[in-house]
Ligand binder design. Structure first.
Ligand code: GDP
Ligand code: MG
Length: 714
């Protein structure tokens, strides 16, 4: 039997960093709370029989949030052999609150004081030995980020796994201990001896999950309730608060005895100084706007596009295309095979891969921002905006994750306890363009707006705008109305990102991107090549106009007529993009290769498909960026909404936004250049309707204040 070590600790204390260090895996390390929502398993390097379990970060073992439930069920029901409790050394007081609960579960606990590099730098002193003694567990000082002492921590955990547990710390006062002792007595026969304390404390707190689990008889229940009530009367407080307060009091005393801070809390740290500017009420948003603009400007417009031009025109456009054609001809391959490989695979997959340099740069910039701690501030800044219309900043974290990929973004919505807010976050979390959508942005910028400084950043801010205005409008509907949940976010100290950390991040994302190109996109390109080169009359080497693809496109093009790109090419590209967003670029790339003999000027060929019109190009871009995400993300949304109805609402809302936005931009644009049609009327009506839903007075606001008044009276 393998030995199991569970990593438990507060959010953002470095669990995943340690997990990656110990197991050699490359799980997502985010410098903000709420990244690991599922538990992850790995094997300790050098010890194949030791399994390490990364758990979601939690502040306590009360079952209020999904992370707490996941971690607690694992610890209590699956009983790992030992808990390696990671404590953020820069924030001991808050972290130990969880520790006092972990030691009650009945599993040996080893405390790893992490971030010791920061603690040492600040000059603070922690007597970890003494702390361990008081808490009844072994301790070790580590720095997960610098792999300092991490192996030893794992070895210490292995060694402790088989040892008997140390003495429990004296957390509670006499009368509480008295009640707990009585509860222990009455459930002695129901639970294993080592879990007795845990269950007794939980029953004392009237924890519903523990009560259910033990299936107590009515008699026992009444007996226990009597002891709790007596204690509550004596302490003049409710049981749950008694336990919480006493844990904090105990920790305060412990910390006073063992930690000496060099700086008093009145002195400002460097992070505080930076935050004074970066999260300043007036400056925060302009700073954020400039930073994000710079990110997209560098990665998509300037540096990135020079690299991409080279990969597209020289590498794929000339070298590989010519090389492959020459090679295949020399081998005596038939025209069909050459066409499949050159127009199909190189034209399709090659176009997608051609944008990889831009994606890598984008991921690099975002990783640096995230790892330095800035993105956590963004969530904090957005909280101030979101809060105004009733959503908490917690909802913004999934959206930040979504700039990489929509699937983990939707998963990250799990951390939101309130069901309404969670549903709304799933619905909105894919509006900030993901990496694959940025590929379409990069291509359309190249095709219609070469060198533009604003198109790429504009898509990001437009996504943000859609989120904010959708949030405002949705919060005024009956279902979503309600006050925002409180959002407490620990702002991690700024640090210079490590090269290793950032590179792992970028590599993981770029790898996923390339794997997708080699699998889904590859398959799709073959399918599209066949549809493009076969028709009712059989194989068509050179006549796309008689192909199945064209018939399919024509059949669908009416849908996109009001958006301006109602050609069969536009329809085929948009529909194929639902498989994976970057397929839009692959499909357009293939069509361009087939349409033009000059392989180096794909951009011009695509531009012709959109009638050389910037307006139509923009409309195509807007629709494909802001409609529903790819099918994998849609499926994830259905699963996470856990309701077919809500899955369809999510999908329908996203499609509606993409379609209407694109329609309005195209029709108003056409109107400006002198063409007033029925479409213009529809666009104006849509804009007025959107304004109405966003700016109307909240019909449920009055009720809410009434509730509040009632609550105050009570
Ligand atoms: P988790 O939420 O507990 O899984 O925490 P993560 O592993 O995602 O780490 C949160 C942040 O803390 C990341 O930015 C890490 O780079 C950083 N971090 C983790 N361990 C250390 C450490 O020992 N020293 C320093 N300075 N930073 C660390
Ligand atoms: Mg984590």
């Amino acid at each position: 039997m393998a030995l199991k070590i569970a990593l438990a600790g507060n959010p953002n204390c470095g669990k995943t960093t340690l997990f990656n260090d110990l197991t050699g895996s490359t799980q997502y390390v985010g410098n903000w709370p709420g990244v690991t929502v599922e538990k992850k398993e790995g094997r300790l390097i050098g010890h194949r029989d030791v399994i390490i379990q990364d758990l979601p970060g939690i502040y306590s073992l009360s079952p209020y949030t999904l992370e707490e439930v996941v971690s607690r069920n694992y610890l209590v029901n699956e009983k790992p052999d030992v808990i390696l409790n990671i404590v953020d050394g820069t924030n001991i007081e808050r972290n130990l609150y969880l520790t006092t609960q972990l030691v009650e579960i009945g599993i040996p606990v080893v405390i790893a004081f992490n971030m010791m590099d920061l603690v040492r730098k600040s000059g603070d002193q922690i007597d970890t030995k003494k702390l361990g003694k008081e808490l009844g567990c072994e301790t070790i000082e580590i720095s997960a980020l610098h792999s300092d002492n991490t192996k030893k921590a794992a070895e210490l955990a292995i060694e402790q796994a088989t040892k008997k547990k140390g003495e429990l710390p004296h957390v509670f006062t006499g009368s509480v201990e008295h009640a707990i002792a009585h509860i222990e007595e009455s459930i002695e026969t129901l639970v294993p001896a080592e879990q007795l304390r845990w269950y007794a404390v939980k029953l004392f707190e009237r924890d519903s999950k523990a009560t259910e689990q033990l299936k107590l008889s009515a008699d026992t229940k009444a007996h226990i309730e009597q002891h709790i009530a007596d204690c509550e009367k004596e302490m003049d407080d409710d049981a749950e608060s008694i336990i919480t307060n006493q844990r904090y009091t105990c920790i305060q005393k412990l910390v006073a005895d063992t930690v000496s801070k060099k700086h008093t809390s009145e002195q400002m740290t460097t992070s505080d100084k930076i935050d004074r500017i970066v999260t300043n009420r007036i400056l925060a948003l302009p700073i954020f706007a400039v930073i994000m603009w710079a990110v997209y400007f560098i990665s998509v417009t300037t540096l990135g596009s020079w690299l991409t031009d080279w990969t597209n025109d020289v590498l794929f456009g000339t070298w590989i295309t010519n090389g492959a054609t020459a090679g295949l001809t020399a081998l005596g391959a038939s025209d069909a095979v050459i066409s499949l490989l050159v127009d199909g695979i190189i034209g399709g997959v090659g176009t997608v891969l051609g944008f990889v340099p831009q994606m890598i740069l984008l991921f690099l910039c975002l990783s640096i921002l995230e790892d330095s701690g800035y993105m956590a501030r963004v969530a904090f800044i957005m909280d101030r905006i979101f809060r105004r219309f009733g959503l908490s900043g917690k909802s913004f974290i999934p959206m930040l994750v979504g700039t990489g990929c929509g699937v983990p973004a939707i998963m990250a919505s799990r951390t939101i306890e309130n069901e309404k807010d969670r549903r709304m976050t799933i619905l909105l979390s894919t509006f900030l363009p993901c990496g694959a959508k940025m590929e379409i942005v990069a291509m359309m910028t190249m095709v219609c707006f070469p060198g533009s400084m604003f198109v790429a950043p504009a898509m990001y801010f437009l996504g943000l705008g859609i989120v904010v205005f959708s949030g405002i409008a949705l919060k005024k509907t009956k279902y979503f109305s309600g006050d925002p949940a409180p959002f407490v976010m620990e702002l991690p100290a700024y640090h210079i990102p490590t090269v290793k950390g950032v590179l792992i991040h970028v590599w993981e994302r770029a790898k996923a991107f390339m794997i997708k190109a080699g699998t889904i996109i590859f398959t799709m390109c073959i399918v599209i090549w066949f549809l493009m080169h076969f028709g009712p009359t059989g194989f068509l080497p050179d006549d796309i106009d008689a192909s199945f693809l064209r018939y399919i496109g024509e059949g669908l093009s009416w849908i996109f007529k009001p958006l301006g790109f109602g050609t069969w090419q536009g329809a085929v590209a948009s529909v194929s993009a639902e498989v994976a967003k970057e397929q839009a670029t692959a499909t357009l790339g293939m069509l361009a290769h087939a349409a033009s003999d000059d392989e180096t000027d794909v951009a011009a060929a695509i531009n012709t498909m959109f009638g050389g019109s910037k307006l139509i190009g923009m409309s195509f871009l807007l629709f494909n960026i802001f409609d529903a995400p790819c099918m994998v993300a849609i499926a994830t949304a259905f699963r996470e909404q856990a309701s077919r109805k809500w899955g369809w609402i999510t999908f329908g809302y996203q499609m509606m936004v993409g379609y209407c936005l694109s329609l309005c931009v195209y029709q108003i644009g056409a109107w400006v250049s002198g063409s007033f049609t029925f479409g213009t009327v529809v666009a104006i009506a849509l804009i007025l309707a959107a304004c109405y839903f966003v700016f109307r007075p909240n019909p449920y606001a009055k009720k809410r204040t009434e509730y509040r008044r009632e609550a105050e009276r009570a």
